[in-house]
Design a protein. Structure first.
Length: 166
């Protein structure tokens, strides 16, 4: 690292180094990893839409699925599954929007909803296996992206708030 990297120049031309606290206090600028949070937010929007579609299909065309209600892991009728998927999809879309807005609470909700979505899709696995496996894979990606790289979004939203206030 050269003397001028991470430093700033004053009006007199002297170079000042950042204080050790600011250098190691965390993320001053958003890193490239914030893209994973945007990815997780977009995946949550898609996942919510997929749940809503799956719910609407279960409500309006129950003969579409491969097994009868007795063949499901949790034996309830497809109308109940349709409402579960429709409500879950709506909540996931709203949480995805909040995650894209950089809300801290949305990270926690995203993990809880992705976990719940994976459980619902495991229970629905017998009805449509490929779709359920795809949804579980999306859930795992969302949980990974939010838990591993969610910390970087906080400074980005804080810096946006200060920019707006100025």
């Amino acid at each position: 690292m050269t003397a001028t990297q991470g430093s700033s120049r004053t009006q007199s031309g002297t170079t000042t180094m950042p204080s050790r606290g600011s250098q190691y206090s965390g993320y001053d600028e958003p890193s490239g990893w914030t893209g994973w949070i945007v990815f997780a937010g977009v995946m949550m929007l898609m996942m919510g839409a997929f749940h809503a579609i799956q719910g609407l299909v279960a409500l309006f065309q129950d003969t579409y699925y491969l097994v009868a209600e007795e063949g499901l892991v949790v034996q309830v009728d497809y109308t109940t599954w349709g409402w579960v998927h429709l409500v879950l999809g709506t909540v996931v879309v709203l949480a995805g929007v909040a995650l894209l807005a950089g809300q801290m609470w949305a990270r926690v909700i995203a993990v809880i909803l992705a976990f719940g979505s994976a459980l619902v899709n495991i229970a629905f696995l017998g009805a449509y296996p490929l779709w359920s496996l795809m949804m579980i894979a999306i859930d795992v990606l969302v949980i990974w992206a939010v838990t591993v790289h969610g910390k970087e979004m906080k400074p980005m939203t804080a810096s946006r708030a200060t920019t707006v206030e100025e």
